[in-house]
Design a protein around this ligand. Structure first.
Ligand code: GLC
Length: 424
């Protein structure tokens, strides 16, 4: 039997050693894509177009919707040096955690990085290596039911306090009129990365900072953050269903899109779906910047987004990099923006007539996208996921009524201090 294994071993070794297939041979590439909204379908059609023009084959592997579960899966695969997946889709907050597993894409990018927002390229550059190319960017926005606000003579809310009142008023009036399943507000309240994003938006909008500041100081326990949390603690069961404590993006969209919520916090991808042919709220939806935290506060949308990286354990690095460059290129970014409202990472596409026709808010909310608030992933590096885990845990306790805001933030502060005792 042994002799039979030899050629295979040799092939594997040669593949690993050279990191690419012999010139002229077609490669079989596996790409792991997100599956939130229309992501997976777009990844598949894009990857198939690439396969057709290059003569390679490609397998699209779906991954969990929750960014937290996806990170755990990727960490497991990469720690084992698995070569099953060539191209990984990385969250904007992961470069500091996962960078060592990916190749430098500079030799393959042919300067294409100059077309993208510089801040994203900088974020994807770790120790001088360009470990990922930007696929799409994200920032939190507020969706609202235009028809319901008009019907009840209510203005689009400017502050979170206004939003709370508006949600309560419309919910009550509609329920009194027999619309018993209507809720005021849905968001991402599950204990996972999405809650970190939502709560950072609340806190930063009140001027309460970004958990850990750019110098690494822990700032989360402050009166403004407490004020933000004290307000949001009133939401569950009053204007949001109790189930919101287990909602990620798609659960929130499900409720809003079926017509059962007045307001929703979500990412831009929900726009195309809410206005889809079969959507019960088609044409009834408005989108605006997330509210300010009180009169002295500001509009804060947290920066999200995804990038493509090539595994250093891939046996077809050259082809994998070619696929990553294709999918992050201009044509594909435009296609995804027009069909499914995924925000391009190239400033030029925000001036493209077809992109803007499909998504008028890409223009009106341009500064929301370009000035989005970053999570403290750069400064906390390898520790980011632990910081985020501690943060969303504390916030979840407050939202679910297990703790008041002040003691929860004080405990969180001590935990983060212990974590960073020897620096981040
Ligand atoms: C979106 C964002 C991503 C974020 C995630 C949290 O997918 O693009 O950056 O981490 O939501 O749920």
């Amino acid at each position: 039997m042994e002799w039979k294994r030899l050629p295979l071993c040799f092939a594997l070794f040669a593949g690993l050693a050279f990191g690419t297939t012999t010139h002229g041979e077609a490669a079989d590439i596996a790409i792991s894509c997100g599956a939130v909204g229309q992501e997976l379908e777009l990844c598949r059609t894009g990857a198939e177009a690439w396969a057709k023009t290059t003569g390679n084959t490609v397998k699209v592997v779906s991954s969990p919707n929750s960014a937290t579960e996806r990170l755990a899966l990727y960490q497991q695969l990469l720690a084992g040096g698995a070569s099953d997946i060539d191209v990984f889709q990385l969250d904007v907050v992961w470069p500091g955690i996962l960078a060592s597993h990916f190749i430098d894409l500079k030799p393959y990018s042919k300067g294409q990085e100059a077309e993208h927002f510089k801040s994203i390229i900088d974020n994807n550059t770790v120790d001088g290596k360009l470990i990922a190319m930007p696929l799409f960017t994200d920032a939190g926005v507020l969706y609202y039911r235009k028809d319901l606000l008009d019907k009840h003579g209510i203005k689009v809310p400017e502050t979170w306090e206004d939003m709370t009142k508006a949600a309560e008023t419309v919910q009550k009036a509609e329920r009194d009129a027999g619309n018993s399943s209507l809720w005021g507000f849905v968001f991402q309240g599950r204990a996972y990365e999405g809650l970190t994003v939502n709560a950072l938006e609340w806190i930063d909008s009140f001027g309460g900072g970004t958990i850990v500041d750019a110098e690494g100081a822990i700032t989360v326990n402050n009166p403004k953050a407490q004020a933000a949390m004290a307000l949001t603690q009133q939401w569950v069961k009053r204007i949001a269903p109790e189930g919101v404590l287990n909602y990620a993006e798609e659960e929130a969209r499900g409720v809003f899109q079926s017509g059962n919520a007045v307001f929703m916090r979500n990412w831009p991808y929900a726009w195309a779906l809410a206005n889809g042919q079969d959507s019960p709220v088609r044409g009834k939806v408005g989108v605006t910047a997330l509210p300010r935290g009180g009169d002295g506060g500001k509009h804060s949308g947290v920066l999200g987004g995804w990038n493509l990286a090539v595994s250093r354990y891939s046996k077809h690095q050259k082809e994998a990099a070619d696929l990553a460059m294709f999918l992050t290129g201009r044509e594909e970014q435009k296609r995804r923006a027009v069909i499914a409202s995924y925000n391009p990472t190239m400033p030029a596409l925000y001036e493209d007539a077809e992109v803007l026709k499909a998504n008028p808010f890409f223009k009106t909310l341009y500064s929301t996208f370009t000035n989005a608030v970053a999570r403290p992933s750069r400064v906390t590096g390898q520790n980011y996921n632990r910081v985020s885990y501690a943060f969303w845990g504390a916030v979840h306790e407050v939202l679910s009524g297990q703790s008041e805001a002040s003691p929860a933030l004080a405990r969180l502060e001590s935990e983060l201090k212990r974590m960073s005792r020897r620096g981040w």
